[in-house]
Write a new protein. Sequence first.
Length: 122
Amino acid sequence: MKKLSILIISFTFVLLSTFAHSAQELEIINGDHWTTSSLEQKRSFLFGIGNMLEIEQAMAGDDYEMMRGRSIVPVLLEGLSGISIADLVVQLDNYYAEHPQQMERSVIEVLYLEMAKPNLKN
């Protein structure tokens, strides 16, 4: 459990240091942030989200099914299953390039509504 806590803290610091503009201001990452980020920053962001999703699933244990309809975790885990980080970067790059009027949409919103949810099996 101690290793899991250290892992969570480490990824949190990576995400904060990668995308935070200052210690007082933490922003939700949107298309403006995404399109001006380096490939390394984009990959780090997605790895962090992926790790947090896996941790949430593991912590839910037998209660995982109860998360449906109450959490974005099952939708993201199942809807993005089998898609590589490299492919997610390309898909997000393409999304924001094709929808320049939607730069204010958060990356997590695009991942959820435009990529994961349409891939779910009903």
